[in-house]
Design a protein around this ligand. Sequence first.
Ligand code: CA
Length: 226
Amino acid sequence: MRVLVVEDESVLREQLSSALIAAGFVVDQAIDGDEGLFYGHNYPCDAVVLDLGLPGKNGMELIAEWRSAGVNVPILILTARSAWQDKVAGLEAGADDYLVKPFVMQELIARLHTLIRRASGWSHNLIKCPPYELDRSAGTLAIEGVGIELTRYEYRLLEYLMLHAGEVLSKTSLTEHLYADEAQRDSNVIEVFVRRLRSKLDPDSTRLPIETVRGAGYRFVTPKQQ
Ligand code: CA
């Protein structure tokens, strides 16, 4: 899952980024409102952590611009304690949740997981596409209740595919969700991970959970159970 962090205080921005990376997110960092706006429009992400008090365009303006441009990504706003009333305005402008500084990092990560789940139409921590079951709090996969070992990248890719089960996902969008660093992105790598996932999810080639859509990308075809 890819998260955009827009925060001008460098110490907090770094703390946020390392905590999110440690929790398995891919992180983009923006140091002010203008950069945040640029990322939000050009790099699709799964959630935004947005400080309201920013140089350049402030957080409230970003929310308004994204929402009016149809960017529906879940937004978690950060507000200074002295400006707590801003959170009301932020929520009214279209933010989804807020935290008042200082906050506990685990709380922020838990809130982000909830926001992303809700935005994807999932109401709990398990993504079930029987016989596949992904436990997002533990970061594990089970097939008919039997645990399967996945590497970090395999897990990330599968999580994204299962969250969007039934949708065609381009190799480009998949690589963007796997790698923060553009220099590391190579859509050929996705083919390798898909092949490895297929052999783990479907060793006998009987279920064919991941369909290749020629010229378009991949689709997780095993239906999800709500
Ligand atoms: Ca600030």
